[in-house]
Design a protein around this ligand. Structure first.
Ligand code: NI
Length: 448
């Protein structure tokens, strides 16, 4: 996940929705009691193992695309459980296949394995001291987004389900993916950026025969042990963009002899803010355009030749995304042209689709989710961060949800958010996450 909730918006939404959702009558029993019980018992027995895995992975985080150690650990575990294991799937990805004793459908569960270039400041006894290369520089590395917990949960779910293999009506694929946070992207000789993360696993055939996929993200900004979800668009599509404004350099004392790209780019930054506020139909879905970086010039009295800007576009609807891209290009080019400069707009290399939970799969999955969570399930607002789980959802119906796990004793509205150097989790939620994933998989296989 590349960005977190706004705690204040979320807190008010939770207050509003918790009353509604948590008091709903008990949902229909979707798992037979024995199956549900067996999952819960098995997963609870694995809690100490999951904590140990999580701490080990936390202490040895690996950047996107470099998840060699984590992948080895995962593959060894899945082999030990007697699964067919494929490694090197779309990079360092691992896929374990568990064939049940009864014929049936194929469902996938997914965890992401990568960490972030963040210096850990939690002071935990198993805090990371790891360093790695990132864009040619040595950087500290930390599991600041909780992917260590995702791996431990899915390893736990795998062991629990392997234990009930004989009664499993179908096949479960365990997908451990690299580079969710985006690999350090270097264009090839044709200027193309190679695929990474979920997209590269899809291209390598990880979803072959799979009929549905489930995944979760742990967050410190929901109450502990509460699942947050929504049907339809859940997380934004994310497109990075760069704009080069070419003018004509000259002396700062005589701007009429030059074409000033600094002034033109300033106008472009402001003009781009009218794309969302004046040009897109935001009554349909929200959108965000942010310019996060602007560089040009070397000295106080020299007008430079050009200025470069980097930014991000966030959308929740494919049509609006295409429209926004078109408007960004027109707005930047026209404003630059008005002063004799030229704007060149390029989108990418980041291009994550909208994370969308299909209504049918969401509705069908909710009874099992409510049951396994003891009713602690609520609808949350849209999240303007993005997730490459969306790449799996482009290929098969997929359901993605959040699990609240702020560090014990922390108020979820104030807890350090995902990607913070102080981010930590409540390890008591590891079996809860594993249980929910296992229950959703079994429920999907059992549904006609
Ligand atoms: Ni994340």
């Amino acid at each position: 996940m590349r960005l977190s909730f706004t705690p204040s918006t979320l807190a008010s939404a939770l207050l509003a929705s918790s009353v509604l959702t948590l008091t709903l009558p008990a949902a229909a029993q979707s798992l037979d009691a024995a199956g549900f019980q067996q999952i819960e018992t098995a997963v609870n027995a694995l809690a100490p193992k999951m904590v140990a895995w999580r701490r080990d992975i936390h202490e040895h985080p690996e950047l996107s695309g470099q998840e060699e150690r984590t992948a080895k650990l995962v593959a060894a575990h899945l082999r030990h459980l007697g699964m067919e294991v494929q490694t090197g799937v779309g990079g360092t990805g691992v896929v374990g296949t568990l064939r049940g004793g009864l014929p049936g459908k194929v469902v996938a569960l997914r965890a992401d394995m990568d960490a972030l270039p963040v210096e850990e400041k939690t002071g935990l006894p198993f805090a990371s001291k790891q360093k790695a290369q990132y864009h040619g520089k040595e950087v500290p590395v930390m599991h600041a987004c909780g992917h260590d917990a995702h791996v431990a949960m899915l390893m736990g779910a795998a062991e629990a389900l392997a234990g009930m293999r004989a009664r499993l009506p179908g096949t479960v694929k365990f997908i451990f993916q690299p580079a969710e946070e985006g690999a350090p992207v270097v264009p090839d000789s044709n200027g193309k950026v190679p695929s990474f993360g979920a997209k590269s696993m899809v291209e390598a055939g990880a979803l072959k025969d799979v009929q549905a996929i489930y995944g979760l993200h742990i967050t410190s900004n929901l109450p502990s042990g509460v699942v947050g979800y929504r049907s339809g668009p859940l997380m934004a599509g994310s497109d990075s963009l760069s704009i080069q404004i070419d003018g004509r350099g000259g002396h700062g004392s005589s701007p009429w002899m030059a074409v000033d790209p600094v002034v033109a780019s300033s106008q472009v930054v402001l003009g781009l803010q009218t794309v969302v506020s004046r040009q897109l139909n935001i009554s349909k879905e929200p959108a965000v355009i942010t310019i996060g970086s602007i560089h040009g010039g070397t000295r106080y009295n020299i007008i430079p030749d050009s200025v470069e800007m980097l930014g991000t576009l966030r959308t929740f609807d494919e049509e609006m995304r295409a429209e926004a891209m078109k408007r960004i290009v027109t707005t930047a080019e026209s404003i630059a042209a008005s002063s004799g400069a030229k704007a060149r707009v390029t989108f990418g290399p980041v291009a994550y689709p909208v994370t969308t939970n299909p209504a049918a799969l969401t509705e069908a999955s909710l009874p099992a989710l409510r049951e396994t969570m003891g009713g602690k399930v609520m609808i949350i607002p849209k999240v303007s961060g993005s997730e490459d789980f969306s790449e799996f959802q482009k290929v098969v119906p997929g359901f993605f949800y959040f699990l609240g796990a702020p560090q014990q004793g922390q108020d979820f509205a104030k807890a350090p958010s995902n990607h913070s150097p102080l981010f930590d989790i409540d390890e008591a939620q590891l079996p809860v996450g594993a249980r929910s994933l296992a229950a959703l998989a079994v429920d999907f296989l059992k549904r006609p």
